[in-house]
Design a protein around this ligand. Structure first.
Ligand SMILES: NC(=O)C1=CN([C@@H]2O[C@H](COP(=O)(O)OP(=O)(O)OC[C@H]3O[C@@H](n4cnc5c(N)ncnc54)[C@H](O)[C@@H]3O)[C@@H](O)[C@H]2O)C=CC1
Ligand SMILES: O=C(O)[C@H]1O[C@H](OP(=O)(O)OP(=O)(O)OC[C@H]2O[C@@H](n3ccc(=O)[nH]c3=O)[C@H](O)[C@@H]2O)[C@H](O)[C@@H](O)[C@@H]1O
Length: 436
């Protein structure tokens, strides 16, 4: 099937290449000329495992192309909208200007019977408004939220847990759902749950899922705060409650909390929308989820100061990690970089390393010092802080060897990803997050 993907960022670029990999003819459109040129040249514009391979294969097969010209959308049966919905500058609400601009630009190229499928994460009520704008073109609007995780984006797109499509009531909606079934045929044939619902439910499923995940992380971080004053071990606690299948162990990783381009902005946008709807109190707990999350960043700064005798000023600190999570070069709202910046502001001599994210980190935090080399980062450090649990630090970093490079064997494990016994045995003072 011929399709368009409007917006070729993290979500759109992966979606376009993945759709081509399952046999569709895809044109990716973006207003960012540099990004489109890179994609045309076959260079993934960001690090995402598996993307480079499907991008190259898609271009070579002739099924995948990119353009900055919306006229390239003409002739597609489905037009996915995957543009950004960032947090607006004046508060928590989602900024919908890119979604509105994308729809406006697409309108002249739509034909009767086309489907416009929104994938961007939007406040509940957005799709109903956009449907009215799209209607005169004869196209049908559906909302098809995306649940992929960065780092596993290709796998999640090709083998999703579930597919959700919000459609208008009536025959047109049913027919549109059938077209989406065809788009995702390999997954549908693999018995992936395919949930057809109304617009509001589809929009809410997305924000509810992210709100739940954020709440789960802040819940365990709240337990970490209690563990810190009682001497309990939050990692064992998570293992123990996680054995209860009703709770589950995943997303109970206590540490410096969640960041990235989605969870933080999505819970804030959800709160803002609930307030607009007069139901702010229904999701008031999300403000606490946000507050707990941000407190964990400050806690690391506090621990760092304690470890350095009360004042980090002038002390060399090695910060291992810059991306908001491993297997990604994304530094949007990265807790790792936020902590590094706070320590820098406190006067510490901070050096940050990361296997993939240094280029992006430099753009958002130019005031920090970076090194590609882990050894160089560790050299003469009085304190080492692990803030992103890359395998390079979690598995491969040998505490003996690292101990030979630093000035002081003191480590703060912001992700509870190191083995405390092993590091202590190598003479390190180890501090985890909510674990003794
Ligand atoms: N990054 C992720 O893992 C996921 C993102 N989402 C949602 O998907 C949406 C996109 O997120 P990302 O890809 O992370 O954002 P992004 O910022 O990486 O990409 C957005 C892209 O849209 C382009 N764009 C902006 N205005 C445009 C226009 N008028 N026409 C064409 N292109 C335009 C930008 O140039 C950029 O390349 C957001 O709503 C996000 O919440 C949902 C699930 C996963
Ligand atoms: O809407 C989105 O964009 C996406 O947001 C998240 O995906 P992502 O942001 O890629 O990353 P996650 O794996 O959810 O991690 C988010 C943050 O939580 C942190 N985290 C995760 C798990 C955990 O146990 N503890 C924890 O602190 C991670 O380090 C990271 O900073 C969701 O997991 C996706 O389902 C969703 O599609």
């Amino acid at each position: 099937m011929r399709m368009t993907v409007v917006g070729c960022g993290y979500l759109g670029a992966v979606h376009a290449a993945a759709m081509a990999s399952i046999g569709h003819e895809v044109v990716g459109i973006d207003v960012d000329e540099r990004k489109i040129e890179e994609l045309r040249q076959g260079r993934a514009p960001f690090f995402e495992p598996g993307l480079q391979e499907i991008l190259t294969a898609g271009l070579e097969s002739g099924r995948l192309s990119f353009s900055t010209d919306f006229a390239a959308a003409a002739g597609s049966r489905v037009h996915f909208i995957a543009v950004g919905t960032p947090q607006s500058a004046d508060g928590g609400a989602a900024d919908l200007r890119y979604v509105n601009a994308a729809i406006e630009a697409l309108l002249p190229h739509l034909a009767e019977g086309d489907i416009v499928a929104g994938k961007s994460t939007v406040p509940v009520g957005t799709a109903a408004g956009l449907a009215e704008i799209v209607a005169p073109s004869g196209a049908v609007l559906v909302w098809n939220p995306e649940f992929l995780r960065e780092g596993w984006a290709v796998e999640d797109t090709i083998h999703p847990d579930r597919l959700v499509v919000g459609v208008p009531a009536g025959e047109a909606g049913e027919a549109a759902a059938d077209v989406l079934r065809e788009v995702f045929r390999p997954a549908v044939e693999n018995d992936t749950p395919f949930i057809v619902t109304d617009y509001a439910t589809a929009e809410l499923v997305k924000v509810a899922a992210n709100a739940f995940l954020a709440t789960k992380i802040s819940f365990i971080n709240a337990m970490a705060e209690i563990a810190e004053v009682t001497g309990a071990d939050v990692v064992q606690l998570a293992d123990a409650i996680g054995h209860d299948a009703r709770i589950g162990r995943r997303f109970l990783g206590a540490g410096i909390g969640f960041g990235g381009g989605c969870l933080p902005k999505d819970i804030r946008a959800f709160s803002a929308r609930a307030e607009e709807l007069g139901r702010g109190e229904s999701v008031a707990f999300l403000r606490e989820v946000d507050a707990i999350n941000l407190r964990r960043r400050d806690r690391v700064v506090e621990l760092a100061a304690e470890a350095l005798g009360g004042d980090p000023a002038g002390k060399r600190i090695a910060v291992l990690g810059a991306s908001f999570k491993p297997h990604s070069d994304d530094v949007r709202d990265s807790p790792a970089l936020d902590i590094a910046a706070k320590l820098h502001e406190a006067g510490a001599d901070v050096v940050v390393t990361d296997p993939q994210a240094i280029e992006n980190a430099r753009r958002v935090r130019p005031e920090l010092s970076y090194s590609e080399s882990l050894d160089e980062t560790l050299a003469d450090a009085s304190l080492v802080i692990v803030v992103t649990e890359w395998d390079e630090y979690r598995r491969e970093l040998d505490p003996e060897r690292a101990g030979g490079l630093v000035q002081g064997r003191t480590v703060i494990d912001g992700r509870n990803c190191l083995d405390p016994a092993r590091w202590r045995a190598a003479g390190w003072t180890y501090t985890g997050m909510g674990r003794p």
